[in-house]
Design a protein around this ligand. Structure first.
Ligand SMILES: *Cc1c(COP(=O)(O)O)cnc(C)c1O
Length: 374
């Protein structure tokens, strides 16, 4: 099965094989060595200076890392401003509420670009120290939010910039220093091409100095994870097989040319998908110019039924993803993360044409415009 959903991804054989590594106790030096190598490898993806930045591993999904970042890095008396233009931005507001954080949301329509004036206004009224939480690549629609612009607003207000980079880390440019990023949360099993189970937060070392004490959470408290991991230990039992896989995935990424090569690869695949779907009359939901190369959303035409498309593709060996929430009936999403080949994309396009052609022949489910003509 070829997974074209936004994580978990289709694994390479090397990463899959790594999952079956030796049984390992996390209190032994072999574990410490593995953990140290993976943490350094994560910081190295964007060539971060190890004296300024640290990577902390968590066992959990991407959501765990985002929640750890917000719960641990918003100071006790600080306000959080969340930027919402999709499911994941809205989820961060819910996380902040769950942890009793003083949060103000800046809501947007899901197809909208970030309103910088609205963010500016929200920050102007915020007590210091303020933090801003924003999603880099909003997987709901495929939009890549303009973090350079958001970072500039944050800088003007002296606010911390906390980024959900779960579906962009290793696939999109992330300029930690130039954009003024303070921390970002991500996961092993999206653009890094690892297995589900490990997630991480990369943060400026000084940030934990005014972390809330006691922490708002025990398992997700980054201060506790930092104390353990900076002394080559681990706070809790880690998902060792997933860590083996992440180690292999990081080596593979580096050998393949790092994030710039992966970005270029995704861009080429996304373009092949776009052109192929256009021949079947399926158009992108957003202008590709504002989207990531990681995932694109496509508008279903009237008469096109998502369930039929999904099931037809699944029968032919491909998994695509529905739209979320209010977009469930109007769009579907195709991601080209993971060990995907050009031939896979060609076969996907053929399969879509096959299903669309079958529909046109079938008559009853033909698009409304076609029916009108008969
Ligand atoms: C996938 C995703 C998440 C959640 O990741 P899980 O691993 O499913 O918990 C969070 N944010 C973004 C932007 C995502 O794409």
């Amino acid at each position: 099965m070829i997974l074209l959903n936004p994580g978990p991804v289709t694994l390479s054989e090397r990463v899959r094989t790594a999952l079956a590594g030796p049984d390992l106790c996390h209190r032994e030096p072999e574990y410490a060595e593995l953990q140290t190598r993976v943490r350094a490898g994560l910081s190295a993806v964007y060539a971060l200076d190890a004296t300024e930045w640290t990577s902390l591993l968590l066992t959990g999904s991407g959501t765990a890392a985002v929640e750890a970042m917000l719960a641990s890095l918003v100071p006790a008396d600080g306000r959080l401003v969340t930027v919402e233009n999709g499911v994941y931005g809205e989820r961060m507001t819910r996380m902040a509420r769950a942890h009793g954080i003083d949060v103000v949301a800046v809501p947007h329509a899901w197809d909208a670009a970030i309103d910088l004036d609205a963010l500016d206004t929200a920050l102007a009224g915020a007590p210091r120290p303020a933090s801003v939480a924003v999603v880099h690549h909003e997987t709901t629609t495929g939009r890549r939010n303009d973090l350079a612009a958001v970072g500039a607003v944050c800088r003007r207000h002296g606010a911390r910039l906390l980024v959900d980079a779960v579906s962009s880390f290793a696939g999109e440019p992330l300029e930690f220093e130039a954009w003024g990023v303070h921390a970002c949360a991500a996961t092993a099993n999206k653009c890094l091409h690892g297995a589900p189970g490990m997630a991480f937060v990369i943060l400026r070392r000084g940030l934990l100095a005014d972390a809330p004490t006691p922490g708002r959470t025990l398992y997700l408290d980054l201060a506790g994870h930092a104390r353990a991991q900076e002394t080559e230990s681990t706070a809790f039992t880690p998902a060792v097989p997933a860590l083996y896989a992440l180690d292999a995935a990081l080596a593979e990424l580096s050998e393949q040319g790092g994030w710039p090569a992966r970005h270029a690869r995704y861009a080429a695949l996304a373009e092949r998908v776009r052109v192929g779907l256009a021949r079947a009359g399926i158009r992108p939901y957003l202008d590709p110019g504002v989207c990531s190369v990681v995932l694109r959303s496509y508008a279903l035409q009237s008469g096109q039924d998502y369930a039929r498309l999904h099931d037809g593709l699944k029968a032919r060996g491909f998994i695509v993803y529905a739209g979320q929430g209010e977009l469930a009936d109007t769009l579907f999403r195709v991601s080209t993360m993971g060990a995907i080949t050009d031939a896979d994309v060609t076969a996907l396009i053929d399969a879509v044409h096959d299903i669309a052609g079958a529909r046109a022949d079938g008559g009853s489910a033909a698009p409304a415009s076609d029916r009108g003509a008969t």
